[in-house]
Design a protein around this ligand. Structure first.
Ligand code: PHE
Length: 342
């Protein structure tokens, strides 16, 4: 018996070119129909061939059966999935239309600023540490050379924690009034030389356009051999220029803080208020100085061997200058019209 040669490739082409489910069904029937399907018959007749022919043809037919049925399945799926045009006309929907941009949140401008502070000081080799917002009287005041009756305590109107709520030890607790207690924590747990910054929230009984009962500071501390005020100024000026403005206008003047000697304050020009003159007015943004020998001794660091400086920047005030913000309370009101500008 002779076998017919089949052009399986032409079937494959017809399947690929076919544009409707009906035509596809017809081709499928032509190939796989139970009685007259070309492949059905071919496979049935294989048994009648000579053993050698049979082996050859069986391979060919099975291969054809597999590829052609796969091609049919694939085509069936493609024909079943709706086309773009069909979607448009059925639902009146334009799937090519541009969507409005998705609203995305972002960090609040204060934590965002703290990240850039860490980055700028990181480049100058400063470590970062944070401390608790509830502090002992010792860390917030005594160890910083501010004993109980010291007048400097009045300058930082303190929130004391209700003594009934406090822990078993007899320590008096406060909401920290500055980030300086973290200086003490750092000095107690590290050996000099070192340099580090300490960002975080601080609390004082104050509230007006330039004061808030909660605000943010970052403290800086650098202790080593032969560290002078010149080193302090260099570090601070670099930071002010990078964080606020390369052309920032500032002035150093003497100031008093019990934990530094000598002590200085830095003011910067602030043009927050429309009614202000073009020059704006000076706003104090940082206290600083050389760490007082008593503070070093309190942390078991020998002041004859080690010296250094400390500073405490007011973060909101830096941002008020940088972005010309007239009222510091805007930072905490959660008004998106304000926040979305940053
Ligand atoms: N702790 C001071 C304040 O909050 C600022 C300061 C820090 C001053 C470090 C000197 C050195 O007012």
């Amino acid at each position: 018996m002779t076998t017919t040669t089949h052009d399986w490739l032409s079937y494959a082409r017809r399947i690929a070119a076919c544009g409707s489910a009906d035509t596809l069904a017809a081709i499928e029937h032509e190939l796989f129909g139970r009685k007259a399907g070309i492949l059905t018959i071919a496979l049935k007749e294989v048994g009648a061939l000579s053993p050698e022919e049979r082996r050859k043809k069986a391979v060919e037919f099975n291969e054809a059966k597999r590829t052609l049925s796969e091609a049919i399945e694939l085509k069936r799926k493609t024909l079943a999935s709706p086309s773009e045009d069909k979607l448009k006309s059925e639902d009146g929907m334009d799937i090519s239309m541009e969507l409005p941009p998705l609203e995305q949140g972002h960090l609040h401008l204060i934590p965002e600023f703290i990240r850039s502070v860490e980055e700028v000081f990181g480049r100058m080799g400063f470590d970062v540490m944070t401390g608790p917002e509830i502090e002992s009287e010792d860390l917030n005041f005594n160890l910083l050379n501010i004993p109980p009756e010291h007048p400097a305590r009045d300058a930082q109107d303190t929130f004391w924690i209700d003594q009934k709520a406090k822990n078993s030890s007899n320590e008096k607790l406060v909401l920290r009034t500055h980030t300086s207690p973290v200086q003490i924590r750092y000095m107690q747990s590290h050996t000099p030389p070192f340099r580090a910054i300490f960002p975080g929230k601080v609390y004082r009984k104050d509230a007006d356009a330039t004061h808030s009962p909660m605000f943010h500071q970052f403290e800086g501390l650098m202790i080593g051999k032969n560290i002078t005020l010149a080193n302090m100024k260099a570090v601070m000026i670099t930071a002010i220029r990078e964080l606020i403005d390369q052309k920032a206008e500032f002035r150093f003047r003497t100031g008093y803080f019990p934990f530094v000697e000598p002590g200085l304050e830095v003011d910067m020009r602030w043009q927050g208020d429309e009614s202000e003159s073009r020059e704006g007015k000076w706003l104090e943004i940082v206290g600083c100085g050389l760490v007082h020998p008593n503070v070093l001794k309190n942390c078991k660091i020998d002041p004859d061997l080690w010296q250094g400086f400390a500073f405490g920047f007011g973060i909101e005030r830096m941002m008020m200058i940088k972005h010309r913000i007239p009222d510091l309370r805007s930072f905490y009101e959660g008004d998106l019209r304000f926040l979305n500008q940053f």
